[in-house]
Ligand binder design. Structure first.
Ligand code: NAD
Ligand code: GLY
Length: 372
């Protein structure tokens, strides 16, 4: 195998004149200036990060040898709010950024989603760079240009599509990530295998443990495959009028579970996605869309890797009507009809519009009784 220090991969998100590279590897942050040099010279830089990431990695930014202004936020989902958005915009105005200047999101998906939104609306849009520091952000949220904050009506319901100019994925930063967060990110890695890449699922069956243990070779392969799949889907359907919804495998169930749990850290987004994918395969099998063996293989993979399953979230299943009501708020829905991502097999997911609400409610009631 190639020595780890030499493994650097690049994936391109092909969107015409808004195309951009995702650089993935170890030891990228010390080369930050060179990577940014591709697109910045004598520009101001405003960094948005959270306190834990700042405490761990502030010195890495000094490499830029430029005047940096910085917004440091408390960690957590609660920061995806109008009031924090205002704070970030205020800091950008104080730094007197102009449109060609750069805003860098340096953190997990919370920082990425919020900063991307701020960058997209500040003076109608300024340059934006993603340096994701969680596994979830490295394989999913930093790529594809979805930005958002949460509102009382639901999660991610206010936002924009705004692509970054560059994504820099340095896997070294994952060494400080709490194990629970690594596992949450793994759910989104697994998603790419389950939705459209059986061979990748088979690879994860053998190598998932190495990914979770942060073996650099396994990690870089898993992140590259994930980003390549996401880049391909985003290039085909940037604004989610069709195929991009596949990336939401398990997410409609997951968002309802997250809402039920209360966004207070009890259930992380990736944990909800893990259980949600278990539900999507289980429900597909109950509808006769897939063999029961597929759902069993998904559940077994999750259990073997100590990932949340339906059983792990049984305490959140006590009110099926409320779960369905949240699912009905999902952005994929049209008019009053429910859209779900279901599966014919592992590696063969599809978008099903017009799902029978009563049928979904019966399924949720069945789960409540099965796991009570
Ligand atoms: P997060 O941003 O809350 O980060 C998790 C925690 O890890 C935070 O406490 C953070 O301080 C800490 N952390 C980050 N990097 C660290 C590091 N290297 N070492 C130590 N600690 C570190 O959570 P997340 O899971 O990265 O992102 C979840 C968010 O992403 C959700 O809001 C979700 O809606 C969003 N999301 C967006 C998309 C998209 O396409 N835009 C896709 C998936 C998820
Ligand atoms: N995470 C879903 C998407 O980017 O479309």
């Amino acid at each position: 195998m190639m020595p780890v220090s030499n493994i650097r991969q690049s994936v391109r998100v092909d969107l015409g004149n808004r195309s951009y590279p995702i650089h993935i590897g170890t030891g990228l942050l010390p080369d930050l200036r060179r990577y940014l040099g591709e697109c910045f010279s004598n520009r101001k830089v405003h960094v948005v990060t959270d306190q834990p990431v700042h405490d761990l990695y502030r010195p890495e930014l000094d490499i830029l040898e430029t005047d940096i202004s910085i917004t440091i936020l408390p960690p957590g989902e609660a920061q995806k709010s109008f009031s924090t958005l205002q704070t970030v915009l205020d800091d950008m105005f104080s730094a007197n950024l102009s449109r060609p200047d750069y805003v860098i999101a340096f953190g997990g998906g919370v920082i990425g989603d919020l900063t991307g939104f701020a960058a997209s609306i500040y003076k109608r849009g300024c340059q934006f760079i993603q340096i994701p520091t969680t596994l979830l952000a490295q394989v999913d949220s930093s790529v594809g240009g979805k930005t958002a904050i949460n509102v009382p009506q639901g999660k991610n319901l206010v936002g924009t599509f705004y692509q970054p100019g560059l994504v820099l994925v340095d896997t070294d930063v994952l060494s400080t990530l709490p194990e629970r967060q690594v596992r949450a990110g793994y759910a989104e890695v697994l998603k790419y295998g389950l939705l459209g890449d059986r061979a990748f699922f088979d690879w994860l069956e053998s190598n998932g443990t190495h990914v979770l243990q942060l073996d650099p070779n396994a990690l870089i392969h898993a992140i590259s495959v994930s980003c390549r799949t996401k880049a391909r889907i985003v290039a085909e359907d940037e604004r989610e009028s069709g195929r991009r919804a596949l990336l939401n495998l398990g997410h409609t169930f997951a968002h309802a579970l997250e809402a039920r749990a209360g966004y207070n850290g009890d259930l992380l987004h990736g944990e909800a996605v893990s259980a949600g994918m278990d539900m999507a395969f289980d429900y597909s099998s109950r509808l006769g869309l897939s063999e029961a063996g597929a759902a069993r293989a998904v559940a077994r993979h999750l259990q073997n890797h100590n990932m949340p399953t339906i059983r792990s979230v049984s305490h959140l299943l006590s009110d099926p009507d409320r779960l369905l009501a949240t699912m009905m708020q999902d952005k994929k829905n049209e008019a009053d009809s429910l859209t779900l991502v279901l599966a014919r097999d592992i590696g063969d997911a599809f978008v099903k519009k017009g799902c029978n609400r009563e049928g979904v409610l019966d399924y949720l009631k069945h789960l409540k009784h099965q796991y009570a």
